[in-house]
Design a protein around this ligand. Structure first.
Ligand SMILES: [Zn+2]
Ligand SMILES: [Zn+2]
Ligand SMILES: [Zn+2]
Ligand SMILES: [Zn+2]
Ligand SMILES: [Zn+2]
Length: 344
């Protein structure tokens, strides 16, 4: 609202708000078919059980920190069954078809020269002697080139591992062309992963109850030019821990409209913690004083509980001012304002 004291000043209300609410909800999901590997009937039967999920009593976690889910087992639902896809936890190896071996190249690229043109500094592996020049630093490397090339016959030019052939006998299979299967290591059988090699599954019906927390806030943020003085102002604080708690009677209507929708009890809400902070702020402009705008708000009760008045330049440029100006006009307007508050 805008209040005019004729001929003196204009007053508008700009109450500040900081409202925060944490709600804890409860969600129940039942009838979840579970199947875990192994013989675990004894172990899972030790878990807490439920019969009728909607009426099953569960404590609401204290506080509003994240809480672990409550897991329940439907009474009488735990059973063990043999794994249908393996024998005693093992299956024939798919990779080798149960043979235990796999194909392997008989010859592979030379590991010494990389199988390229360096196999021989004279022919480069092409049998064409002299078609390739030795590298510039061949003299220092020549010591390792003590073999003659089996391709072109040049002396002291061939890679000592492949003798110019570029390939070498496979070390894994030693040229046999087959090696033990990579997947089963030659044992022909592999551990069946789904049942973790146990040959059994344990089945049961589970329910999971979670208590997620959701936080919301409603704010009328403090403008930067009032941030410092209002930090130590007489903010009103209210704690609202029940949906039936009422907002304070002197909460300005604009803030009430903003906060009220947040107070309704939400679906599946089981606990809440809400804090309301608000600060009445009056903005006063004095006729004939174009330079300054005055802001007034209550002080903390322990510092006297009276009004604090600060002035700020009316222009866009904002200067932090330590000094406080309280003109007689401003005081007169604020007295009028307080009278209005007391009445309505
Ligand atoms: Zn299995
Ligand atoms: Zn091989
Ligand atoms: Zn050669
Ligand atoms: Zn080589
Ligand atoms: Zn295999």
């Amino acid at each position: 609202m805008r209040l005019i004291v004729p001929g003196t000043a204009g007053l508008t209300r700009h109450p500040l708000l900081d409202f925060r609410i944490d709600r804890r909800f409860e969600e129940r999901h039942g009838g979840l078919e579970r199947r875990v590997p192994g013989k675990r009937l004894k172990q899972i039967s030790k878990r807490p059980t439920y019969v009728d999920l909607p009426t099953h009593p569960v404590d609401v976690p204290a506080g509003f920190a994240p809480s672990p889910p409550v897991k329940l087992v439907l009474g009488g639902s735990v059973a063990e069954e043999p794994c249908p896809d393996c024998a005693a936890g093992k299956r024939d190896c798919d990779a080798c078809g149960g043979s235990g071996t796999q194909d392997c190249p008989k010859r592979v690229k030379c590991a010494g020269c990389g199988g390229g043109a360096d196999a021989c500094w004279s022919c480069g592996g092409t049998r064409n002697r002299g078609s390739r020049k030795p590298p510039a630093n061949a003299r220092t490397q020549a010591r390792t080139r003590t073999d003659w090339c089996r391709r072109c016959g040049a002396h002291d030019m061939a890679c000592p591992q492949c003798f110019g052939r570029q390939t070498m006998t496979c070390r894994v299979c030693e040229g046999k062309g087959h090696r033990p299967c990579d997947a089963c290591g030659g044992s022909k059988r592999v551990r069946h992963k789904p049942c973790a090699g146990t040959g059994f599954f344990t089945t049961f019906v589970e329910a999971v109850i979670t208590h997620p927390v959701q936080s919301d806030q409603e704010r009328v943020p403090t403008p930067a030019h009032l941030w410092w003085p209002t930090r130590r102002a007489g903010w009103r604080r209210e704690s609202l821990s029940n949906a039936t708690d009422k907002l304070p009677a002197d909460l300005p209507d604009t803030l009430r409209t903003q906060v009220e929708p947040q107070l309704a009890r939400a679906k599946r809400e089981v606990a809440r913690r809400a804090t309301l902070h608000f600060l009445p702020v009056a903005r006063v402009m004095v006729v004939g004083d174009q330079e300054w705008v005055y802001f007034a708000f209550p002080e903390r009760p322990e510092t006297g509980g009276t009004l604090k008045v600060v002035r700020r330049p009316a222009k866009q440029r904002v200067v932090r001012l330590a000094g406080i100006a309280a003109t007689a006009v401003v005081i007169a307007v604020l007295v009028a304002w307080l009278a209005v508050r007391a009445v309505g």
